[in-house]
Design a protein around this ligand. Structure first.
Ligand code: ZN
Length: 294
């Protein structure tokens, strides 16, 4: 049995993922168009290889923003459909499964931050951008639920797109994800939402708000909230019994720090713990009712 020790809980923070390491786009293209015995599935001409390389380079300089020329409409239909079909090699147990594994390895879903990513999404849809079907920078990790919700996003309107988790940057030192706490009839209700702060460009703000609505972030996070908070219950109770609400606040704040370090300031776990640590009612003993102790 091999045990892996990891410095961090996951490789990424919420909203942001590092580009997969050790990829070689030309080699991956060649592998995807060749059978395991080395015989060709589809042969690209030298000119086509150059053209596809140019499209890949353009994708990088565009930082994944959709553009007509990335569609490669000057390539033949046969070539475009061979590229489209080549994605099957990225599926499990196929020729490019190691690329798949590198993209998904220990990555929390950047859209919801709830579960680990277990699927790959084409940031620019494969049906429209056949050229980018197996291009690693266009293959982003996502969880099944979020992927399902994203599927029908066309991205025609720039404000109605998901952010590019490899290329777009979101502030890490300023808070834009909020968890507004309210307690009604001993029930903890949290409103999770993205707010516009000066450090967020208007476009990124709109996209974050769009994608969060699309994946039902608020509703899904509310489902997670109580179970997540239960794991802090005895810590909170011990603090409360010894030193009252001040100690509960300090306990929640120190836990928020751990989550901030690992998952970022703008991860839902961090902002939830921070909001609760600032809630006098919750820390003053209401947490006992809310979490079902009384
Ligand atoms: Zn997700």
């Amino acid at each position: 049995v091999r045990i892996y020790f990891q410095k961090h809980l996951t490789k990424n923070k919420m909203w942001k993922v590092a580009l997969p390491e050790f990829t070689n786009a030309h080699l991956e293209l060649k592998t995807a168009l060749t059978y395991a015995d080395g015989s060709p599935k589809y042969e690209l001409s030298a000119a086509e290889k150059v053209r596809i390389g140019e499209i890949y380079d353009e994708y990088e300089s565009q930082k994944g923003v959709s553009k007509e020329s990335l569609k490669g409409t000057d390539l033949s239909d046969d070539t475009l459909s061979a590229l489209y079909s080549a994605y099957s090699e990225v599926q499990e147990a196929n020729r490019l499964s190691s690329l798949r594994a590198r993209i998904l390895l220990n990555v929390l879903c950047p859209c919801c931050g709830i579960s680990m990513s277990d699927e790959i999404d084409h940031h620019l849809p494969r049906s429209i951008f056949q050229t980018l079907s197996i291009y690693s920078s266009n293959l982003v990790p996502i969880c099944h639920k979020c992927n399902n919700k994203k599927r029908t996003v066309t991205g025609e309107n720039p404000f109605e797109r998901f952010i590019h988790v490899y290329y777009d940057t979101v502030p890490d030192k300023k808070q834009f994800l909020n968890a507004e706490v309210s307690i009604k009839e001993d029930k903890l209700l949290i409103k999770y939402f993205v707010s516009k702060i000066p450090e967020l460009s208007d476009l990124i703000y709109q996209q974050l708000a769009f994608q969060s609505k699309r994946v039902n972030l608020d509703k899904r996070l509310n489902k997670e909230t109580n179970v997540f908070m239960l794991s802090f219950f005895f810590g909170m109770k011990e603090a409360f019994d010894k030193k009252g609400s001040k100690a509960v606040k300090a306990f929640l704040k120190s836990n928020a720090k751990t989550f901030q370090k690992n998952l970022g300031l703008n991860s839902w776990r961090t902002v939830l713990l921070l909001s609760l640590s600032n809630n006098d009612e919750f820390c003053g003993g209401k947490f006992l009712d809310v979490l079902g102790y009384k």
